[in-house]
Design a protein around this ligand. Structure first.
Ligand SMILES: Cc1ncc(COP(=O)(O)O)c(C=O)c1O
Length: 308
């Protein structure tokens, strides 16, 4: 927290903090994996860049540079014997402050490392069931989707819980015009006639780091990827569909609101992309080795040694 390693039990902030009351905080979800070269963080610079962009959109100047934040993530991972890990940096105003228009209060950064679980449930790699949500993505004119902000997740929460209560693993949110946007915590792709399609920025999506990685992998495999407006009809009649996200990784979708997707889940192209992605996160794919930042060893981590 703000440059110090703090024990889990001591990681407190005041109940009247601004972020808690108004959702004005920005965060990241990052993954740590075990690789042959040791613990490694997947696409760390991309996540830190998005964190800084999110903070900028909410008038929250982070009092650390990108390099310092990257180093802090590596050192927090090094201080925790946890892999695979889910890493949560959060930028917040932690001091008591109930005025909504607080753009001047102290901005803090905390980074947590927790054990990663299967976000969409055990067996999700064999296919999940998703529901088209009655809750739509807010338009970016109201809540900028570029920013991964705490407040955005009231919408994800409502959609996700609605789907869960109906027995689905995940919700698919449409944008304000009725086009497909994304899952409550994932981007979405469909496959038709050996081409991939995914909603673009005009559907008020979060620009996912996994989405970007999948676009790269699919392109390198020779599959064209088209970013465009996607209607519900197109999604329901796709050959294949899958979610992408840091926590969910690549999750094939087998059913959407009682329509089965494709003939087999995962479909052949999803399976092919998934196989390359799994090699990439383990450091077994030389082409994507620079997607991993290796966590420094114990001897070179001054921050962790200063643990209180
Ligand atoms: C709403 C939303 N969309 C998309 C994503 C996927 O983004 P990424 O691949 O960067 O994790 C996430 C997860 O972070 C999310 O919460």
């Amino acid at each position: 927290m703000d440059g110090r390693i703090v024990d889990f039990e001591d990681a407190h902030i005041h109940v009247l903090n601004h972020t808690f009351h108004y959702g004005v905080g920005v965060f990241e979800g990052i993954r740590g994996y075990a690789t042959a070269r040791g613990a490694a963080i997947f696409r760390l610079p991309e996540h830190v860049r998005r964190l800084i962009t999110s903070a900028k959109l909410y008038h929250m100047p982070i009092p650390f540079t990108a390099e310092q934040i990257e180093r802090a993530v590596l050192e927090t991972q090094a201080a925790n014997d946890i892999l695979p890990s889910y890493i949560r940096p959060i930028v917040y105003r932690g001091e008591p402050s109930l005025g909504v228009k607080n753009s001047k209060g102290k901005v803090s950064l905390a980074i947590a490392v927790i054990p990663a679980k299967k976000y969409l449930g055990e067996g999700s790699e064999e296919g999940v069931r998703a529901k088209i949500s009655p809750f739509r993505k807010p338009h970016s004119d109201a809540i900028p989707s570029f920013a991964k902000a705490s407040g955005n997740y009231t919408s994800s929460y409502l959609a996700g819980v609605d789907a869960q209560k109906d027995g689905y693993e995940e919700a698919i949110l449409l944008d304000q015009n009725g086009f497909v946007a994304e899952g409550s915590g994932e981007n979405i792709f469909l496959v038709r006639d050996e081409k991939l399609y995914t909603p673009g920025l005009e559907s008020d999506i979060l620009l996912g780091v996994t989405r970007k990685s999948v676009i790269q992998i699919a392109t390198d495999l020779g599959y064209p990827v088209v970013e465009k407006l996607i209607s519900m009809n197109e999604l329901l009649t796709a050959d294949e569909a899958f979610f992408t996200g840091t926590y969910a990784e690549i999750a094939p979708i087998k059913e959407i609101s009682h329509f089965s997707i494709g003939e087999h889940t995962p479909g052949p192209i999803t399976r092919e992309i998934l196989a390359v992605f799994q090699k990439a996160i383990r450091g077994d794919e030389p082409k994507y080795r620079d997607w991993l930042s290796i966590v420094p060893s114990l001897a070179t981590r001054p921050l962790a040694r200063a643990r209180k």
